[in-house]
Design a protein around this ligand. Structure first.
Ligand code: IDP
Ligand code: MG
Length: 146
């Protein structure tokens, strides 16, 4: 593999958020993930406590939306997955679309299904270190295939 080749396989964390699970969108979102070339290496449903949501989103602790975000993320079950693929971190963020569904590009998951800037259907890690932390937050090595 030469310098400058672009074949780095990454893992990233995806979450299907409580509003999307409650609306029965999990299957459709997983279908779009698979049809866009991601490999699902781990998958489960969990219902976070508020405290666990606060821990997961601790980087946002000082933001005005933090309390509401953690209430929302603990309001019902979520589906969490490890996605693998070339440049998976950036590519999953691109498929999700911008944080605000109204500003997300047509065809992105947030644009298709998002309700507002909070209830925006999906989460994706924003960089390699975050991805590692977030994967480890939800999964042990035994949970992962491949
Ligand atoms: P991201 O999910 O696109 O990376 P972040 O800025 O990391 O966006 O925010 C984390 C989550 O917090 C968002 O996905 C959304 O659910 C929520 N959020 C972000 N900004 C706002 C806001 O201005 N009002 C309410 N909720 C917000
Ligand atoms: Mg983020």
């Amino acid at each position: 593999m030469g310098v400058g080749s672009d074949t780095s396989v990454e893992s990233t964390l995806a979450i299907i958020k409580p509003d999307a699970v409650a609306r029965g969108l999990s299957g459709e979102i997983l279908r779009q993930i698979e049809s866009n070339g991601f490999k699902i290496r781990a998958l489960k449903m969990v219902h976070l406590t508020v405290q666990q949501a606060q821990q997961f989103y601790e980087v946002h602790r000082e933001r005005p939306f933090f309390a509401s975000l953690c209430q929302y993320m603990s309001s019902g079950p979520i589906v969490v997955a490890i996605l693998e693929g070339e440049r998976a971190i950036e590519r999953w963020r691109a498929l999700m679309g911008a944080t605000d569904p109204a500003k997300a590009a047509p065809g992105t998951i947030r644009r298709q299904f998002g309700t507002d800037i909070e209830k925006n259907v999906v989460h994706g890690s924003d960089g390699p270190e975050t991805a590692q932390r977030e994967v480890n937050f939800f999964f042990s090595t035994l949970d992962r295939v491949g």
